[in-house]
Design a protein around this ligand. Structure first.
Ligand code: NAD
Length: 492
């Protein structure tokens, strides 16, 4: 079956290659984490489909790359409008497929998907320029040229948002795209492919290959006709992709995992601190940026835990389609097993569960309860490795220097949240904090012009605004001499 219906929304689950639907002989079951039911079958691609998609993108590059930013913009703005017109359908699909909150998709995530397309199309038209500069009478003209075929590989925790945050600037740069969506949440990518066609995007400019990482993702990263690889996912997968990309020296942009700290200094507004700590459970903790390590200064630790427990007890966990729900299910039973493994091993290693600790069986097998682990052994895996579930840890520290050392004590450096009443103290603390993004007395405030990416093992490169174009485009400098002209003057 190539078309499945999800709560009345129809989606074609075959690949989208060269402007047409392509089926594979093999297929895989797509399961909803809301109730564990199979939604339908999705085409399971391999090297044949991956190579065909890159070839289609390569062919389409000739036309797309020669269009002006304005001409591409007409199509991309239409695509953004179509995303907005389809917010309800996209929200239903994404919620059913990955268990994130329906109200978040309707009000935040899907509008941001439209913005991912519109913002970068507008940037390419109106903001992508560098002043001409002179070198001994010669003029330097900097341009951002299309680079070729961009491969985009994405995870399941925010599939369409994370994909379009890369698709937007890649297409606006004049690159053509092959997307490999996550096998645990493949539906919105397929639906989005139809929107690209309705927007009038030429065949082959955008392609989707469905399937598993090893079958469908790996051949894309091994293809020598690819010019850029964009990967969002885990560190072990990034290492495999980096090795494949090295064979053809393909530039990679990696957005990887995190183990971010939420640092609460002793002059913090405690209510704000507790609110920000509770926010780290959003999307059932399946957020790369989540500040899952609560680092609390000693003097306020007791009061903080007390209030944290009270607030945690008020969290409403349940069906993500319900407006009242604050935390939904975890993505997959295999993932829940992994999360439970972390918690069990921490306990065996001497840690205490201050809140939660396992699956909320009243809701079914997919709902891991918000959990707080305290007194874990310094350096133990629960404090250093990414759990990617609704599991926070708490550690205490005495001085700001000790807090800083703890905050910087993992291999990751994606983000950090600092809560304090003192601006000078915040500035001193943040100066030496190693992270791609730091939020002070706030969380998750994101601007598409701002640089985004991870330090240490949390990633390679930065995207957002000009940083995106510096990656997707070939940045070129053309130098014009003052002499030798018979037409058009010397310098332009
Ligand atoms: P994952 O690394 O297992 O898979 C991510 C994608 O890579 C999937 O589409 C998968 O099919 C594909 N893949 C797997 N093996 C591959 C291979 N050999 N070659 C090519 N592709 C392959 O990650 P996941 O479990 O899907 O996602 C969770 C991870 O993503 C977490 O570590 C999380 O922190 C990270 N993440 C990071 C960000 C960020 O912006 N930094 C955002 C969201 C998620």
């Amino acid at each position: 079956m190539s078309v499945i219906s999800v709560a009345g929304v129809e989606v074609d689950t075959r690949h989208w290659i060269g402007g047409r639907r392509v089926a594979s002989e093999a297929a895989f079951d797509d399961v909803s984490p809301i109730d564990g039911k199979v939604l339908g079958q999705v085409s399971r691609g391999g090297r044949t489909e991956a190579d065909a998609a890159v070839a289609a993108a390569r062919d389409a590059f000739v036309l797309w790359s020669r269009m002006t930013a304005e001409e591409r913009g007409v199509i991309l703005f239409r695509l953004a409008d179509l995303v907005e017109e389809n917010i309800e359908a996209l929200s239903i699909l994404e919620t059913t497929d990955n268990g994130s909150l329906l109200r978040s998709h309707r009000r935040g995530v899907m509008p941001r998907v439209a913005m991912n397309i519109r913002f970068f199309a507008d940037y390419a038209i109106n903001r992508l320029s560098h002043p001409v500069f002179e070198t001994r009478g010669h003029d330097n003209h900097v341009s951002w040229d299309p680079s070729g075929v961009t491969v985009i590989i994405t995870p399941w925790n925010a599939p369409l948002m994370l994909a379009t945050w890369r698709i937007g600037p890649a297409l606006a740069s004049g690159d053509t795209v092959v997307l490999k969506p996550p096998e645990w949440a493949p539906l919105t990518a397929s639906y989005f492919a139809d929107l690209t066609e309705q927007a009038g995007m030429p065949a082959g400019v955008f392609n989707v290959v469905q399937g598993f990482g090893i079958d469908a993702g790996a051949p894309l990263t091994e293809n020598s006709a690819v010019s850029r690889i964009c990967f969002t996912g885990s560190v072990p997968t990034a290492k495999v992709i980096a090795r494949a990309a090295a064979e053809n020296l393909i530039p990679c942009s990696f957005e990887l995992g995190g183990k971010s700290p939420t640092v609460i200094l002793d002059d913090a507004d405690l209510d704000l601190a507790v609110d920000l700590a509770i926010e780290q459970y959003d999307n059932a903790g399946q957020v790369c940026l989540a500040g899952t390590r609560l680092l609390v200064q000693e003097g306020i630790a007791e009061a903080f835990v007390e209030r944290f427990r009270e607030r945690a007890a008020q969290i409403r966990q349940g069906d993500p389609r319900d407006e009242e729900t604050q935390i939904g299910p975890s993505i997959h039973l295999a993932h829940i097993e992994r999360v439970q493994g972390f918690v069990d091993r921490a306990q065996r290693d001497g840690a205490t569960i201050a809140y939660g600790g396992g699956v909320n069986t009243e809701l079914g097998s997919h709902y891991f309860r918000p959990t707080l682990v305290v007194d874990a052994r310094a350096g133990s895996e629960i404090l250093t490795q990414e759990v990617f579930g609704p599991v926070l840890t708490m550690q205490t520290f005495r001085t700001d220097d000790e807090g800083l050392a703890l905050a910087n004590s993992t291999d990751f450096g994606l983000a950090a949240c600092v809560v304090t009443g003192s601006r000078p103290r915040a500035e001193a603390f943040c100066k030496h904090l190693v992270a791609g993004t730091i939020w002070v007395n706030c969380f998750f405030v994101r601007d598409l012009s701002a640089p985004f990416g991870g330090s240490k093992k949390s990633g390679i490169g930065r995207e957002g605004g000009l940083w995106s174009f510096d990656f997707y485009a070939d940045v070129k400098n053309t130098v014009y001499a003052p002499n030798g002209w018979s037409q058009g003057g010397s310098n332009g």
